[in-house]
Design a protein around this ligand. Structure first.
Ligand code: XUL
Ligand code: CO
Length: 449
């Protein structure tokens, strides 16, 4: 279903209509070359597979400021000294942008959608005002909420963490924000709720009781789950791993760390992972690695789609432009049977130097086409018998006989020794990595038409 383009009092992206699919031969920078919403791939439309979302913070709040200089973007919706007016304009700009791009979903933090008041009650009222407006906008346009979250990292009170803060007062304050953000997410029909533990970690080990902080984190998540379920939230809670930045060391380091934590604390029935590409690479993994760890555990819930810069280790949050990476990502997603109620949220920002309003469209179109190509190519690779033979064939010795008995736990260490003695030196079997790499490149070069 197509979204109705939102028309407010002001048009914030004049001269740009709803983005259309024009195909691979088009040279129109404001058209999709590969993302054809209704095209069916592996039994579903592209829109159903990819479930794209636009994020509020990088597009409608950030200005392009960096530690060395101020913002570079001239955004008409940000020209107001009154926070109420500004929040309303921002929401109009967001719904105009999302519906012109024709993505099905959006995502927000409490205080990028609304603004923080002088007290908790005031903040809650501000959020309520914006939730009411967002509900109207969703009804008018057909947009849906992929997830909501609370910003528990920007306010100075969270400098030592939110739920892992050494001060109980801060933990309680963080809870007030999560409660309001959960209420907002439910009111907007959000399908997921995200926890990114930005400052849940530490800067210095000797002044930190890591054991206690991790217990507090688990307790906090448990209470959020309890509250969410009590108000009728039926969606998935998501933890977004990231190893560092802003903290020196963050607790939700990577997919495997979070999986172990969730299982240890009995949270894995309600919580899954929101894997972000640039966070996986910051942890020293590939994007596909963290996706695979999540998928193997049955805990891959959603994706923050972006990419880092290979020349440095920062979280540069660039738009995905590597087809090689999206092919590998979509192979994981297709093999696990789809992303479920999650989606692909572009947690990405245009470069500080990209100052035209149209650059936001161009960036999203590029990211969407990149994942659409990844989807089509991944589906073709998986349909090629050689790709499964290459992998499954390597484990064939476990499919029957003693290998199968080992998998079933029927062989002791002594049994294994006896088998080794009888068999002698194992044969060397090639891993065929280069053959697999060539196969993938062959499909990438053939394109996604
Ligand atoms: C920060 C980040 C966040 C989360 C939501 O690196 O990725 O924007 O996605 O808090
Ligand atoms: Co993110």
């Amino acid at each position: 279903m197509s979204r109705t383009v939102f028309k407010g009092d002001t048009e914030y992206f004049p001269g740009i209509g709803q983005i259309q699919f024009e195909g691979p031969e088009s040279d129109n920078p404001l058209a999709f070359k590969a993302y054809d919403r209704e095209r069916r791939v592996a039994g579903k439309t592209m829109e159903e597979h990819l479930r794209f979302a636009v994020c509020y913070w990088h597009n409608f709040c950030a200005t392009g400021a960096d530690p060395f200089g101020p913002g570079t973007r001239d955004q008409a919706w940000a020209r107001s000294s009154d926070p109420v007016q500004m929040a309303r304009k921002r929401m109009d700009a967001a719904f105009e942008f999302c519906t012109k791009l024709n993505v099905p979903f959006w995502c927000f933090h409490d205080f990028d959608m609304a603004w923080e008041g002088a007290s908790i009650d005031e903040s809650d009222a501000n959020i309520q005002t914006m939730v009411d407006l967002a509900n109207e906008r969703q009804a008018e346009t057909g947009m849906k909420l992929l997830w909501g979250t609370a910003n528990l990292f920007s306010n100075p009170r969270y400098m030592n963490g939110a739920s892992t803060n050494p001060s109980f007062d801060v933990v309680a304050y963080a809870a007030s924000q999560v409660k309001a953000a959960l209420d907002a997410t439910v009111a907007l029909g959000g399908q997921n709720y995200v926890f990114w533990g930005g400052r849940e970690g530490y800067a210095y080990l000797q002044n930190t009781d890591t054991r206690r902080e991790l217990q507090h984190l688990a307790m906090f998540l448990d209470k959020a789950r309890e509250y969410g379920r009590s108000i009728g939230f039926e969606g998935t809670f998501l933890i977004e791993p990231k190893p560092m930045e802003p903290m020196y060391h963050q607790y939700d380091f990577d997919a495997q760390t979070v999986i172990g934590f969730l299982r240890h604390h009995g949270l894995d029935g309600d919580f899954k992972l929101n894997v972000e590409a640039n966070h996986a690479t910051l942890a020293g993994h590939t994007f596909a690695h963290d996706l695979q760890m999540g998928a193997d555990a049955g805990l891959l819930g959603s994706i923050d789609a972006n990419m880092g810069n290979p020349q440095n280790g920062w979280d540069t949050d660039q738009f995905p432009s590597s087809i090689y990476d999206t092919v590998h990502a979509m192979m994981v997603v297709l093999k696990m049977g789809g992303i479920g109620s999650g989606g692909l949220n572009f947690d990405a920002k245009v470069r500080r130097e990209s100052t035209d309003l149209s650059d936001m469209f161009i960036a999203h179109i590029g990211g969407m086409d990149c994942f659409a190509r990844g989807l089509i190519i991944a589906d073709r690779i998986l349909a090629d018998q050689r790709s499964s033979d290459l992998r499954d064939g390597r484990y064939a010795s476990f499919d029957s006989g003693d290998g199968k008995r080992f998998e079933n736990g029927e062989l002791s260490l002594t049994d294994l020794r006896d088998i080794a003695v009888a068999t002698g030196e194992p044969e060397l079997v090639s891993g065929k990595q280069e053959l697999y790499e060539n196969l993938i490149n062959d499909y990438i070069v053939r394109g996604a038409s």
